[in-house]
Write a protein that binds this ligand. Structure first.
Ligand code: BEZ
Length: 393
């Protein structure tokens, strides 16, 4: 072959290769792995919740072929032990030592508030896959902070309306003394008292204490029409069992934010039978989207999913929406944020959008325990938006 013909052919090959390359997303042309910092509880009363969130998160990535927007994912994991006093150090290590691109965490409201402070100060993207701390999408809100779960106010507010409609007038509340418990009770009280009810006693114990006996004796003595509670994880299992053992289940109806019976029914057994709770997920939604999710989750992990698994899955979906919009380049913060803000997330719980302060606007379901499931009763509150009090976005 003469030299000029050879040059022409190699130029044509080079041009073809270049145009094929530019047809690929930018990320496939050499963006490094995306470092995801998973800061979740893997020990303690919320350990099962952390594991379910990670399972859900990984499931969506697996569905996408192991990559988001073409970028491979590398996980850096920290057990935050649901301990707010260690949270600032833990999150700083993820950002400064491990150089994570995005933070996913956490379960406990106190830990999440510490994460939100550091995320806001450093501009690191944070997606909260559980913790309901009202402040995260209230006074602490920021353009780089998103939540795939709920605010503590949401299930509480929905249940206040349900309990009032049942005709109960005098309610005692019981919870752990920290943001999640306080805010769940506040949400309940807001709607319950607006509807004419009265919270006559607010009982608390420190997190994660489970010595309920003295408080159960106080409930029996107060003889309220009903009890409203926030407990979750291992503490919820013990509370439901102790409530029944104290003989209260037969005399004082127990209502709760849905965490009371989510992911806990195997351990609670008959003591949880028929309990009514409010939450943004139920085990029997029976939509094609939820059925497909539940089947895939059960096949992958040999476990039934719960609300925490859904929230983890949706955190990954939200991250994917942002990343796809910027072709994997997380430096394009404004476009990343705008894409998530205008997205409709196709969640197993039902589609949701984000409020101005980046909290899901979602249906809150009334559920009743039947066998090993939180069965859908009805929609207690349609498209309930957290008021986002104090958020300036
Ligand atoms: C919280 O701390 O915000 C929380 C923990 C477990 C379940 C729900 C909320």
């Amino acid at each position: 072959m003469n030299p000029s013909r050879r040059t022409l052919i190699s130029r044509a090959i080079a041009t073809l290769a270049l145009s094929a390359l530019s047809a690929l997303p930018a990320l496939a042309q050499g963006l490094p792995k995306l470092k995801v910092g998973l800061m979740l509880p893997y020990t303690g009363t919320y350990a099962a919740l952390g594991n379910a969130i990670e399972n859900g998160f990984r499931l969506h990535i697996t569905e996408q072929g192991g990559k988001l927007a073409g970028r491979e994912i590398e996980f850096v994991k920290v057990d935050d032990e649901s301990d707010p006093s260690k949270a600032t150090d833990n999150v700083n290590k993820l950002i400064k030592r491990d150089n994570v691109d995005v933070l996913i965490g956490s379960v406990h409201s106190g830990v999440a508030m510490a994460m939100a402070k550091v995320a806001k100060d450093t501009g690191t993207v944070l997606i909260v896959p559980n913790a309901g701390a009202d402040a995260v999408t209230g006074p602490m809100c920021a353009s780089n902070i998103f939540r795939s779960s709920f605010s503590n106010w949401q299930p509480g507010y929905a249940m206040g309306e349900v309990v009032a409609k049942k005709g109960h007038k005098k309610v005692v509340t019981i919870t752990w003394k920290y943001a999640a418990g306080d805010e769940s009770i506040r949400g309940f009280k807001e709607s319950f008292e607006k509807a004419g009810g009265k919270v006559v006693k607010e009982l608390t114990l420190p997190f994660p204490n489970v010595e309920f006996q003295a408080l159960l004796t106080e409930i029996a003595a107060a003889k309220p029409d009903a009890v409203y509670t926030f407990f979750a994880g291992g503490g919820a299992v013990k509370f439901v069992k102790d409530y029944a053992a104290a003989g209260l289940k037969k005399t004082v109806p127990l209502y709760g934010a849905g965490f009371l019976t989510d992911g806990t029914l195997d351990a609670q057994g008959a003591d949880a039978a028929d309990l009514l709770t409010t939450l943004h997920y139920a085990d029997s939604l029976n939509t094609p989207r939820d059925n497909a999710f539940r089947l895939l989750y059960a096949k992958t992990y040999k476990l039934q999913p719960d609300v925490y698994a859904v929230q983890g899955y949706d955190a990954a979906q939200m991250l994917a929406v942002g990343l796809n919009a910027v072709k994997g380049d997380m430096g394009k913060k404004a476009e990343f944020t705008a894409a998530i803000e205008k997205a409709k997330i196709d969640s197993p719980r039902g589609p949701f959008t984000l409020s101005k302060s980046h909290n899901p606007v979602q249906d809150i379901y009334l559920r009743q325990v039947g066998g090993k499931e939180n069965k859908l009763v009805n929609i207690a509150s349609k498209a309930l938006a957290d008021p986002g009090r104090g958020c300036k976005l």
